[in-house]
Design a protein. Structure first.
Length: 287
């Protein structure tokens, strides 16, 4: 399949694009370079009709960078670097994996650059995923607030999985195997509130309501009013794009410039996706 077959259609004016006319398993290096350019432009890419096996998914992920084995979440026994994101039909009135706005594993010293997610089994309706553009979230702030935020650092922790987390009896899917009560998840990691993207050079907000605890050298109480405002602001509808999953759909998103949310509205249906993660580097701030 040649590069000329590629069809790149934006999903919204500022976030997301669907790319058809490509088989990611066999695409040429020049075609993948075009995909990388589209990724820098759109931050979230949807690839229909991929139908990748776990081996295929790992191979495709490796073409974009180094595969990261994430902490605290158990991978497949046969493929430890692949997470089976599963919620069974009988798992009702529970939280779903990724069901709060977040950037994947932002509490790591070197958070992931990107995440890939392959649809396998889907509910007839529901189970959509939403992303929010954090370039726009920053760029549309007032100049005064930008000046305040530019030099700030924030503390991130992996608290949902740490000693201060919800514990083993929390109502989450039994099908996602997590390491609970691991003290290493309580380690505090400092990241810039505004990070500069290493590819595009654009500034993006880099906070989220799951892992960001407070601003550096401030208490949680002092930080809360501004963090609450930013968390609400950075997910405004005009910053978002939304995917209704289709069989065989593969999605890749940029954790450096987006937040995402898995919608938990499909009780009574089985949903299975396979996920891999691309390793990243320490975020760079504006100064």
């Amino acid at each position: 399949m040649t590069q000329s077959n590629l069809d790149i259609k934006p999903v919204t004016p500022h976030l997301g694009a669907e790319i058809s006319g490509i088989d990611l398993r066999s695409a040429s290096d020049s075609t993948l370079a075009t995909v990388q350019d589209a990724f820098a432009t759109h931050s979230v890419l949807f690839f229909p009709d991929q139908h990748l096996s776990p081996d295929d998914l790992l191979a495709v992920t490796g073409r974009f960078g180094k595969v990261l084995r994430v902490p605290y979440v158990q991978g497949m026994a046969s493929h430890p670097d692949v997470i089976a994101v599963l919620k069974e039909a009988d798992e009702k009135r529970i939280s779903t994996f990724g069901g709060t706005w977040h950037s994947d594993f932002s509490f790591l010293p070197e958070p992931p650059d990107a995440t890939l997610l392959q649809a396998s089994e889907l509910p007839a309706v529901g189970g959509d995923t939403i992303w929010a553009n954090q370039y726009l979230a920053y760029e549309t702030l007032s100049d005064g607030l930008k000046r305040l935020l530019d030099p700030l650092l924030a503390i991130h922790t992996g608290w949902p999985h740490g000693t201060m987390g919800p514990g083993p009896d929390a109502a989450v899917s039994r099908s996602i195997k997590m390491t609970r009560n691991d003290a290493s998840a309580d380690k505090e990691v400092l990241h810039p509130v505004v990070r500069v993207h290493p590819v595009t050079g654009r500034k993006a907000l880099f906070i989220n309501p799951v892992y960001t605890q407070r601003f550096a050298e401030m208490t949680a109480a002092e930080s809360k009013p501004l963090l609450d405002y930013l968390h609400q602001y950075c997910t405004r509808p005009e910053f978002q794009c939304r995917l209704r999953w289709r069989d065989g759909m593969l999605v890749m998103w940029d954790n450096r410039a987006t937040l995402h949310l898995a919608i938990n509205d499909y009780d009574g249906s089985r949903r299975l996706l396979y996920r891999t993660t691309l390793a990243g580097a320490r975020p760079q701030g504006t100064r």
